[in-house]
Design a protein around this ligand. Structure first.
Ligand code: NAD
Length: 285
């Protein structure tokens, strides 16, 4: 495989997970975020995740140290200039992503691939913001990244076969199973799961059942391993809201209308597990 060094933009829920799996596979990874606190939090999460794997006797202390030794951090995007691929996992906001891709396009090596972990934003539009549209692609990891096998590999309209093959190979190298999808609002995974979570939020908003009741109904009745509202907390309330808005606007279909509770929860700072409160309270955990 030609990819040896990886830049990851964003050290949040997804970014630090992507860093962990790439570093565990032996690749050199530079994790970038906008602030010291975000980078530190990302590193602490990775260390905690590796400690849990040691406890479960899945890895040794030496494995943990080897993984951590493959990770460096920065707050300066320019430090990603020499990497073979950058995987962007910053906040789900189109303006932020377009700005990051324009900057990466300027500073990265001409042959470098620029991938986005976006949940819903058009890869074709992101690619169009660069001068290397054929080297822009979606690598949509699932949460939690170290646990979930899938990477949805999304081709922008402009993505070349060579870029697709390189990302396919990288996904397998880091122990994931890549599945190809075309660029369309929500791609495949979120086109299906997010409307279900949105409907669960409506059921909660209309007072038809408690959050626990809704989740238990879906777990016991449909054999889901996690109920939709707990899943929303895991994914992040702001992320779900951003994706359902993209589906609504992208298809212009009222079946994707966002439940009003998303805006309220975002305004209240109830972003799910990452903020300590969402449909459930995580303050003591
Ligand atoms: P998050 O809020 O946990 O983390 C986002 C991080 O991006 C934050 O640390 C923030 O400081 C950083 N950031 C913001 N602007 C930045 C910039 N200009 N440069 C560098 N870093 C910046 O969000 P997340 O859940 O990790 O989501 C990241 C991406 O992954 C989004 O596109 C999201 O849609 C996608 N995604 C999320 C999930 C999920 O379950 N949460 C699953 C698949 C994909």
């Amino acid at each position: 495989m030609n990819i040896k060094t990886i830049g990851v933009v964003g050290a949040g829920t997804m970014g630090n997970g992507i860093v962990q799996v790439c570093a565990t596979a032996g690749l050199k990874v530079i994790m970038q975020d906008i602030g010291d606190a975000q980078v530190e939090r990302g590193l602490t999460t990775i260390a905690g995740s590796l400690d849990r794997l040691i406890k479960k006797e899945k890895i040794s202390e030496q494995d943990k140290q080897a993984t951590l030794a493959n990770i460096s951090t920065t707050m300066d995007l320019a430090d990603l200039a020499d990497t073979d691929i950058v995987i962007e996992a910053a906040t789900e906001n189109e303006a932020i992503k377009l700005d990051i891709f324009k900057q990466l396009d300027q500073l990265c090596q001409p042959q470098a691939i620029l991938a986005s972990n976006t949940s819903s934003i058009s890869l074709t539009r992101i690619a169009g913001a660069t001068q290397r549209a054929d080297q822009v692609i979606g690598m949509h990891f699932m949460n939690p990244v170290p646990v979930m096998a899938l990477v949805e590999v999304i081709r922008a309209l402009q993505t070349s076969d060579a870029s697709f093959q390189a990302v396919h190979e990288l996904s397998e190298f880091i122990g994931k199973i890549p599945i190809e999808a075309k660029d369309s609002p929500g791609f495949v995974a979120n086109r299906i799961i997010v409307p279900m979570i949105n409907e669960a939020a409506y059921v909660y908003y209309e007072g038809l059942a408690s959050a626990e009741g809704i989740d238990e109904i879906m777990k016991l009745g449909m054999a889901h391993t996690m109920g939709p509202l707990m899943l929303a907390d895991l994914i992040g309330i702001d992320v779900i809201y951003a994706v359902i808005k993209v589906l609504h606007e992208g298809f212009g279909d009222s079946k994707y209308r966002p439940c009003p509770i998303w805006q309220q929860m975002v305004d209240a700072g109830y972003l799910g597990r990452k903020s300590g409160r969402g449909f459930y309270n995580y303050a003591d955990k």
